[in-house]
Design a protein around this ligand. Structure first.
Ligand code: BGC
Length: 714
């Protein structure tokens, strides 16, 4: 449709029809031929309003989308197609590893591919928009939603957030019907919920927001994300959904975002619970005035906006409606309201499953390996634990993915050339003493015991905050008891967050982090355990020694009393009395069956100015016979700064594949852009001065390789 036609359509719309476009509801309102069921009834709405709403979220099948759209177009006066949105977070029907696991690849191409494949499946089921990526900066593993994040490093998150958007949206949404529009969320600060408790208060300084929280959103918007979702939390004391300064000044003006702003689920009506609005009418007024275009799952707009619309804000209403119509138009919905829909049964997407397996292999992180992995052919192996046979490996956001279709670790290992015995327990936190005794009996006399432990999907994701992030007592007991009869233990950990492993780490010889690996998890893990695939994931979030260290990031500030080797045990320094300050496994860490080494580091120059760049060349050598991949990480430390800056920050990384005994020369390039940071006036710039550079295989291991000097001009 031409822009002019859209404007004509807008002119034709009544106020009610305009307001309707700003409303998003779940599909259950449309069951029984439009008869109102569920919350709508509670909201006391006339069915006419149903045929004015603009969007639906969370449909389950292509048939459902088809029948709702058909019914809606028939009964609504102007036949403006509904836009269907959903949480396609890491796959639609075929489930890929969780986003935190995908971040462990340090690989934009993999994330982009995953997003493209999920878009294909989701569009075939009639979805037009995905509520992904989640660009929230996180450093507190108590918060269950770290599972949906890119982890604790903002530069990595920028790159991956962009990759998600590119993968979902492709080059041109109107031409490619197998692409989804992307809604980046949650704007802003959601990951900083106090105490890691979901939906809790957030209080961040402007500098912190500008430095760490905004950039991934900026990256998504630069990549063309069509929508932004506001967060549930407060920022500067005002809930994001009513925060005019956030939406108008930062999102619209500073980031130049032109697309649709949508609230999170019921967040408009929740302004009442926040006690910034007295009733739904005031809630609607606050959200609308702040700039929320679409009210997700509340009747605040539907029932109240009309009373609020006057001559002064009529134009604002038109602008919001036009943004939604524009999005529908961009997706080609006016020409084809059934965009992408295929009636064909998914052919259980064989190709997607192959990709899901390959991607899952690249996400696992090998944390410990004392000559125990890979397994050797014909070994006697016992696979024991609540996750041994479990198909609860898809993760908290896999609402369409079928658990029964998932490949468990036991399924995967059964196909391998080992002498396997399996003892699986029910998922969940219960693991009785009787079962532990059984496990101990089975473990005796085995060459290797694989203990498959971890979290259930229920224990991760939204509204799954924890005060303890260790394994359950019974799982820890299982590990300790088994270790009394067999020392050759490999832990396979299924988790949506960093887990505190301090108390059990010493009882095992190998630890493989599986995360929630998705539909093909069991195959991927079995390949990794057997050495048919080589682990290559690197932690995108540090695993702390104790939950009390949280929130934690390797990129913390120095403090006035930093701990070092000399003052390690002195009193008046920044440290804990009862624990070290470092994590158990740091950001960027992950082992491999290969053995990599860095050699012959050369700088193109040590001083640079203006727009110049410097390059740092290094040879990466694989010292053993196993082909593998690794990530070489370049960190910097700005030695003297205007605003206190982190002890080190990831600036660049290069992922390479090397055959056995092979080597490659790689080159990092650094420019002034890479060294900028946010100053007190909230502008990003670099200070002239010196920078220490560190190179290595994780944030702690990276060794100082030299000091470079930058000057703004001659
Ligand atoms: C979550 C969002 C999600 C929305 C729609 C909310 O509870 O916070 O991330 O996109 O529901 O399902």
């Amino acid at each position: 449709m031409e822009q002019l036609e859209l404007l004509e359509l807008l002119n034709e719309m009544t106020i009610d029809e305009k307001i309707g476009q700003l409303v998003q509801l779940t599909p259950d309102f449309f069951s029984e031929g439009g008869e109102i069921t569920g919350p709508m009834q509670k909201w006391n709405l006339e069915s006419e309003k149903l045929y004015q709403i603009g969007s639906i979220l969370g449909t389950h099948t292509s048939e459902q989308v088809y029948s709702i759209q058909q019914d809606y177009l028939k009964k609504s006066r102007l036949s403006i197609p509904l836009i269907f949105m959903a949480d396609v977070i890491h796959g639609y029907e075929t489930i890929f590893p969780i986003p935190l696991a995908l971040a462990a690849t340090f690989d934009e191409a993999i994330v982009e591919k995953m997003a493209e494949l999920s878009a294909k499946e989701a569009t075939e089921a009639g979805i037009h928009v995905t509520f992904s990526p989640m660009a929230d900066y996180v450093k507190d593993a108590r918060w269950g939603r770290v599972l949906e994040s890119n982890g604790e490093d903002v530069t990595l998150s920028n790159a991956l957030t962009k990759a998600y958007v590119k993968g979902y949206q492709g080059e041109d949404l109107s031409k490619d019907k197998n692409r989804l529009a992307s809604c980046v969320k949650h704007f802003i600060g959601y990951g900083a919920a106090e105490g890691g408790r979901d939906y809790n208060t957030v209080d961040l300084s402007d500098i912190e927001i500008a430095q760490n929280y905004l950039p991934p959103f900026e990256a998504a918007i630069d990549a063309g994300a069509e929508l932004v979702m506001t967060s549930f939390n407060t920022v500067h004391g005002i809930p994001s959904t009513a925060n005019t300064s956030l939406i108008q000044k930062i999102l619209r003006k500073q980031l130049n975002f032109k697309g649709v702003v949508i609230s999170d689920w019921a967040a408009v009506v929740e302004l009442i619970a926040h006690r910034v609005a007295e009733d739904k009418k005031e809630a609607a007024l606050l959200a609308f005035s702040a700039g929320i275009d679409m009210d997700m799952m509340s009747d605040s707009y539907l029932s109240n906006l009309k009373e609020i619309i006057n001559n002064k804000n009529k134009e604002k209403l038109d602008e919001a409606v036009l943004r939604i119509l524009n999005l529908k138009n961009k997706l080609g919905l006016f020409e084809d309201p059934y965009r992408g829909l295929t009636k064909k049964e998914f052919d259980k997407n064989k190709n997607l499953r192959i990709s899901a397996c390959e991607i899952a292999e690249k996400c696992s992180v090998l944390l410990k390996n004392e000559n125990i992995l890979p397994l050797i052919k014909n070994q006697k192996v016992a696979l024991i634990g609540p996750k041994a046979k479990s198909r609860d490996i898809l993760g908290a956001w896999s609402w369409i993915g079928d658990k029964e279709e998932a490949v468990s670790l036991s399924d995967g290992l059964q196909k391998k050339d080992i002498e396997l015995s399996v003892l699986g327990f029910q998922d969940g936190r219960e693991l009785s003493d009787k079962n532990i005794k059984k496990a101990v009996r089975l473990a005796e006399g085995q060459d290797i015991v694989i203990l498959a432990v971890g979290e259930t999907s229920q224990e991760t994701g939204e509204a799954a905050s924890l005060t303890n992030i260790n394994l359950t007592r019974n799982q820890e007991k299982l590990i300790m008891e088994v270790s009394k009869v067999n020392k050759n233990i490999v832990l396979v950990l299924f988790n949506g967050r960093p887990v505190e492993l301090s108390s059990i780490e010493c009882f095992v010889k190998g630890i493989l982090v599986a995360w929630f690996p998705g539909t093909e998890g069991g195959h991927a893990l079995a390949n990794l355990l057997m050495g048919e695939a080589n682990p290559q994931g690197k932690l995108p979030m540090s695993f702390p020694r104790a939950v009390g260290q949280l929130p934690y990031t390797y990129a913390h500030l120095s403090t006035g009393r930093p701990q070092n080797e000399e003052n390690k045990n002195q009193k008046y320094i920044s440290r804990y009395m009862d624990e070290e300050t470092t994590p158990l496994y740091p950001f960027g860490f992950g082992l491999s069956y290969s053995d990599f080494e860095l050699q012959d580091i050369k700088f193109s120059k040590k001083k640079f100015k203006g727009n110049e760049s410097i390059s740092i060349d290094v040879t990466v050598k694989n010292k053993n016979m196993n082909s593998g991949s690794t990530v070489i990480q370049l960190y910097s430390q700005d030695i003297v700064t205007t605003v206190a800056r982190p002890v080190r920050e990831l600036k660049k990384w290069i992922k390479i594949d090397l055959l056995g005994h092979d080597e490659k020369r790689i080159s990092f390039s650094l420019t002034e852009r890479d060294l900028r940071y946010v100053h007190p006036n909230l502008k990003s710039k670099v200070d002239s001065g010196k920078f220490n550079l560190y190179l290595g295989f994780d944030s702690l291991d990276a060794k100082i390789i030299g000091t470079v000097e930058y000057h703004e001009s001659n």
